[in-house]
Every structure is written in C-alpha cells, then in structure tokens.
Design a protein around this ligand. Sequence first.
Ligand code: S3P
Length: 168
Amino acid sequence: MKNIYLVGFMGTGKTSVGKLLSKKLDKEFIEMDDFIEKREGKKIVEIFTEAGESCFRKIEKEVLNEFSTKIDSIVSCGGGLICNDDNAKVLLENGIVFCLTASAETIYTRTKKVTHRPLLNVADPLKKIKELLNQRASYYNKAHYIVDTDNIPKEEIADKIIRILKNR
Ligand code: S3P
C-alpha cells in the first residue's frame, strides 16, 4: 500500500493517531520531526533559532523526498510540510493523505503547555494559531481526506481512518 501521510496543524493529534494506526494496521510509523532531529543531531527549536525557518523547510523537503520512495509506512508530518506546492504534490501523488483538523481554541489548549514548537513560542499563541490556520487553509484542504479531531477520542479517529482505507 502507498504511504499514509498524516498532515494538519500542530496539536491536531497526528503523532498519537499515527502510533495507534501503526499498531492497528501493523505498519511502520515514522514521525518526521523526530527523524529530522536525529538526522541533524539538533532539536527543531535549535534548527529554527540557529539556522532559521527557511533552512528547516529545506531539510523537511529533502526528508519528504526520501520518504516518498518508501511504501507501506505511516508518516506523521510536521504541520507546515504540506504548505508548499512541491511538497503537496509529492504527498498527494505518492501517498494517501489525511488532514487532521481541530478548532483554534482546541489547538491552543492542546499546545499551550509545551515549548518545543518554535512557531508558537510567541506572546499571543492563540492569535498566531488563528493567523496560520487562515494562511494554510487552502493547503490543508488539498488532502484526500479531512478528519475532524475536536472532542473525539484518538481511538475513534484511528478507527475512522481505517474504515476510510478499507472502503477506498
Ligand atoms: C511546524 C510544525 C511542527 C514542526 C515545526 C513547524 C509548523 O510539527 O514541524 O515546529 O510549521 O506547523 P508538528 O505539527 O508535528 O508539531
């Protein structure tokens, strides 16, 4: 089977749903940000502060191109990965793309206690979340399937994705 790519904004549950899917479907799970951190020997926050966001985006694109030659994996993608025309094309052509969504308020609640996301380390994270959601909407809407996660247990979200895959 093609790779299953989980895309969508930070805090929409891509990693936890991806891990569940990997167990339930017995497929390899790859967390793209973890992969980048191991490859670069640096945390994502360090890459952003030391080399800048554009350098991170370049690395992200290279890693996606490496993964696109693989098959049968479940890949949790960084929230900004699909927000680039070339990356969106690679994702959509090589994989089955699920975009997980949640409201700005839910995302804020889920992300406010952690500091590993450089884009949200700002004075008013909720405002930033709303701005980025607006800017990115047209990219997230390109996904093959959109799956809402607001107030839905991870287990149910994973089962819904499995049902979609079985009925394709
Ligand atoms: C980003 C999301 C992060 C990470 C980086 C940038 C984004 O991944 O790739 O901080 O641009 O939305 P998660 O969505 O896994 O938090």
